[in-house]
Design a protein around this ligand. Structure first.
Ligand code: UDP
Ligand code: MN
Length: 296
């Protein structure tokens, strides 16, 4: 019913979902109040989404940053696993941002897939490496991605694909439910609550995880530009949002509702343990050894 109603509301993603017979699931929330689908295992027929996107000629840019020690620690596994599971069958271009292009691992790519690297300078604070991704992504969408790809997905590098992360995840503006917060009451969401920050918000719809976001190149460009502006304004005012770029992403998504939401299957942390609603894991958090990774 939700799907049909949203089709009527002319959310483009929802009318596609209605025509491809996206189902509901009884045990979890599968629709937001603004009628965007929340995608869980068992709701969709993967073949229908793949065929639809192939016939539309969809193509996907994946951006990932591997700066400093993160390159050696994570990039090889990230890319190898994404070759196995990310948008298989669609044209994919990896945009790898690194300060050490000469150290890039040698990855054998499948047909239809290619890799471009972009050299970035290493900010000394890890918080700045993380936040400045917004600027680099918006720049590369403008200079390159928008001429070649329909969609853009942006990922943290400290994760590993373990199951299908496919075309059912594509949409105009896509956000991910944070694995640690999706089942918690809203007052425990860790939004930025400092009124002096541009990321300030009292309450919101969900707590989104900035390790995965995406959408059409236009939407992702708008999002990354707005977040970057918020980050720079904060710097001028000498404040920093609690969870950096993630706080700004949550603020943006409050004001510009995503048209599609991904369940935590799309970025799961096995430390959480068993949950009956997680029927498949598609992307897993890799171990985080911050002490060695983030030391200068
Ligand atoms: N990153 C990086 N080098 C750094 C810090 C961050 O390449 O020194 C990139 C990397 O892609 C990483 C992302 O920024 O996955 C976000 O940082 P991190 O994963 O440490 O944040 P967390 O997952 O703890 O929020
Ligand atoms: Mn991370």
């Amino acid at each position: 019913k939700c799907i049909l109603e949203s089709a009527k509301m002319l959310n483009l993603d929802s009318s596609v979902d209605a025509s491809l017979n996206l189902q509901s699931r009884p045990d979890v929330q599968t629709c937001t109040y603004w009628k965007a689908a929340i995608i869980w295992e068992g709701m969709f027929d993967p073949r229908l989404y793949d065929d639809m996107h192939k016939s539309k000629g969809s193509s996907v840019a994946l951006t990932v940053f591997a700066v400093g020690r993160y390159l050696d620690a994570y990039l090889h596994k990230f890319l190898n696993s994404s070759e196995q599971h990310f948008m298989v069958g669609l044209p994919v271009t990896y945009y790898v941002f690194t300060d050490m292009p000469e150290m890039l691992p040698d990855i054998k790519l499948s047909p239809l897939r290619s890799l471009k690297f972009i050299k970035v300078k290493k900010n000394s604070r890890w918080q700045d490496v993380s936040m400045m991704r917004m600027k680099s992504i918006s720049d590369v969408i403008e200079s390159d991605i928008r001429h070649h790809c329909t969609y853009v997905f942006c990922f943290d590098v400290d994760q590993v694909f373990t199951g299908r992360f496919g075309s059912e995840a594509l949409g105009d503006s896509v956000a991910l439910l944070h694995a640690h917060y999706y089942h918690l009451p809203k007052h425990l969401y860790t939004y930025d609550r400092n009124p002096n920050s541009k990321a300030y918000m009292e309450t919101g719809d969900f707590y989104y995880h900035a390790a995965v976001f995406g959408g059409s190149w236009k939407s992702v460009k708008a999002l990354t530009e707005a977040c970057y502006q918020g980050i720079m304004e904060d710097k001028q005012n000498n404040v920093e949002a609690l969870w950096h770029d993630e706080s700004h992403l949550n603020k943006y998504m409050l004001l510009h509702k995503p048209s599609r939401v991904l369940s935590p299957e799309y970025c799961w942390d096995t430390n959480i343990g068993y949950r009956s609603d997680i029927q498949v894991t598609r992307l897993l958090w890799a171990p985080k050894h911050y002490d060695t990774l983030r030391s200068p």
